[in-house]
Ligand binder design. Sequence first.
Ligand SMILES: *Cc1c(COP(=O)(O)O)cnc(C)c1O
Length: 383
Amino acid sequence: MKSFKAQLEQKKAAGLYRQRRITQGPQSTQLMVDGKKVINFCSNNYLGLANHPAINEAFKKGIDRYGSGSGAAHLINGHSAAHHALEEELAEFTGYARCLLFSTGYMANLGVVQAMLGRGDVVLQDRLNHASLLDAALLSGARFSRYAHASVEAARILLLKNAQQHSMLLTDGVFSMDGDIAPLPELAHACQQYDSYLMLDDAHGMGVLGENGRGCMEHFDLDASAVPVLMGTLGKAFGTAGAFVAADEEIIEYLIQHARTYIYTTAMPAALAEATRASLKLVQTESWRRDKLKQLIKTFRQAVSEMGYELMDSETPIQPLVIGDSHQAMKISQQLLDQGIHVGAIRPPTVEEGSARLRITFNAEHSFEQLQQLVNALQEIRT
Ligand SMILES: *Cc1c(COP(=O)(O)O)cnc(C)c1O
């Protein structure tokens, strides 16, 4: 029998060993981590909705009405009125004909790509796409090529080369570890030209970008005709859990018949769908949350650029500081934690070798005092 001990030791020696920290209490700008109160700069709770009273209340009411469990998959009898209403509201919000709920973004990506592609087909993707898109491509059995990060030129070359094949081009909207935004209008144009299905994974843009929070599509003023398949997650800016795919009638019906991660899994609890409906209302109406994020991001970038850290080209709440060495990134993350500031150190294989980083993320409910504490701590470490 194979032993995994040596590999675990190797991970430790390389500074790549991952450990979970135990948190107590709700997700907020402050958090109890390993029994200590810290300021939280590492969650994807961008709009601060993960513990919002109106959403919590809707969740509780949903339990009173639907109970805790959904009982079965959507295609058996797990598809409640709450799920259905959420799908319709998401379709209206995103401007697509239909939406389909999935239990997680990871499963949505696997389900869509596995259903829409098979052997003999081609899948193209950005080198820095999320792991779930890479896994989706592998699972589909399609031939798979990656293009240089955010390079329309490189994508075009691959599209041209594969113009005779049935293909999809997959891209993150906001890149999860870099915070930059994909060149979506240009990619959409190239995909139309070469007859390839563009799929956008807007896990980090949805709720955050655009005047009304409709994400990268709104940021670039694109509509459903430019991006045939949109995936959005509900566990980040929306503050709940789950994901949805938005597309036209035909694609959604096709996914209901063929997406295995949709068919062979229990529906999310109906109460969770009710909570997300409440969240969707707040995402649309409380645009002050997006305005506040912009102010926090601007203030942070100004303060840190004067300290000699390497900022990345990001206008989103994901503001990584590249450190390089994994041990060093871990050390700085620990120093920050000692000062009561929780920032994740992201290391390979999540990011490329030699590009370990602090992944700082903002939440609309961070105060400017909390931001200043982060800035002060980063200054102290630097000197
Ligand atoms: C988080 C994330 C996912 C996965 O979504 P979950 O709902 O957490 O499974 C997919 N794609 C990207 C780009 C993500 O950041």
